[in-house]
Write a protein that binds this ligand. Structure first.
Ligand code: PLP
Length: 363
């Protein structure tokens, strides 16, 4: 098969590792010598069970997930977690605290209001250019949990470390756009969730890592239909899961482990992001980073050019030159380069050169 001639900067679904996609091509036809392709295996059969168990084991190995945490591979995207989390853990009349650093964090808070009270422990304003300092966060008295989004995909901001929370509460994190992009101390969280389609695999499967005590009897605060419960006995296998999504996620975990794990991944991602931020700073005046210093994401690099006309030309010329998906989200405008785990450093270097060249031609 021919090499690809574009660099894919899409925000999600996004680029996946070439090795993984090539393995998947073979597995579509035949999974592990079974005579049947991965899409055609029963989720209850031995061949798929081997895939599933290995995926869980590799997920644990990648992030050092302790035994006290359950791993669930669910459907419905991160957006389904926006309501499952409060449905299970926010009692009617109780309060959960939300750190509103972007559009997805805001959507998560909106869904929680169907079940109980939401206290915005910090709320930014569009275009959400920064992450709050600790002394700007004001929690309610006894939050059922505290929710935050570790990376704000649309606005290009990222928490350097999870927020400190009040004693007696626990932290829930939407990590959809920076999951496993750097080391993570899972023990600091009650729950971490992420739609797969940026760093982990295809759309259609969602990783949920949940402290087991939240699955114990009495932890769930209301009666719920089975599919909405985290504590259902059959876990990820209550109904037919996204078998292909789980297979591919497993291959991505194996790819992360083979590449040196999250330490190496974090180092590579920081270097890749610096290539772009350094170029943008060097060309300040022509381009502006929309995220404030200290809050800049290593996953989504958001920037603007002098005026909207120039930005339109930038996106069109970039696409003609093989840089795909650079148009910014409509809430921010401008440009966004999403450079998730599988995005190659050469793509960042090529874009940095294009940034310089375009500024020279239009400056
Ligand atoms: C941070 C964040 N949370 C949630 C979502 C929504 O994910 P899904 O489409 O899987 O519901 C996205 C999608 O881009 C996202 O970036």
């Amino acid at each position: 098969m021919a090499d690809r001639s574009v660099f894919n900067f899409s925000a999600g679904p996004a680029i996946l590792p070439e090795e993984v996609l090539r393995e998947a091509q073979e597995a579509l036809w035949e999974l592990d010598g079974s005579g049947i392709g991965v899409l055609e295996h029963s989720h209850r059969g031995g061949a798929f069970d081997a895939v599933y168990q290995q995926t869980l084991a590799d997920c644990r190995a990648v992030a050092g997930i302790p035994d006290e945490y359950e791993i669930l591979l669910l459907q419905g995207g991160a957006s389904t977690q926006f309501f499952m989390l409060p449905a299970n853990f926010l009692p009617a009349g109780g309060t959960a605290d939300y750190l509103v650093t972007g559009a997805w964090a805001e959507k998560a808070a909106k869904e929680a209001r169907f079940y109980g009270n939401v206290h915005e422990a910090w709320k930014g304003e569009k275009p959400y250019t920064r992450i709050p300092r600790g002394d700007e966060i004001h929690y309610s008295e006894a939050p059922a949990y505290v929710h935050f989004a570790s990376n704000n995909t649309i606005f290009g901001t990222q928490w350097n470390a999870p927020p400190e929370i009040p004693a007696g509460s626990w932290l829930a994190c939407d990590a959809s756009s920076d999951i496993f992009s750097r080391p993570i101390d899972v023990a600091k969280y009650g729950m971490i969730y992420a739609g797969a389609q940026k760093n982990l695999g295809p759309a259609g499967v969602t990783l949920v890592v949940l402290r087991r005590e939240l699955l114990a009897e009495g932890a769930r605060v209301r009666e719920l239909p089975t599919m909405q419960r985290y504590d259902r006995k059959s876990g990820s296998m209550h109904n037919t899961p996204s078998t292909f999504g789980i297979y591919l996620m497993g291959r991505v975990f194996a790819w992360i482990l083979a590449g040196g794990g999250l330490e190496a991944m974090g180092r590579r991602n920081r270097e890749k992001a610096s290539v772009l931020y350094d170029a943008l700073e060097e060309l300040e005046g022509f381009y502006t980073c929309t995220a404030g210093e200290g809050s800049r994401s290593a996953m989504n690099v958001t920037f603007r050019a002098r005026d909207e006309e120039t930005e339109k030309r930038f996106v069109a010329e970039a696409e003609a030159a093989g840089f795909f998906g650079l148009k910014g989200h409509r809430d921010v405008g401008g440009m966004r380069a999403s450079i998730y785990n599988a995005f190659p450093r050469e793509g960042c270097e090529a874009l940095a050169n294009f940034l310089r060249d375009f500024a020279k031609r239009n400056g």
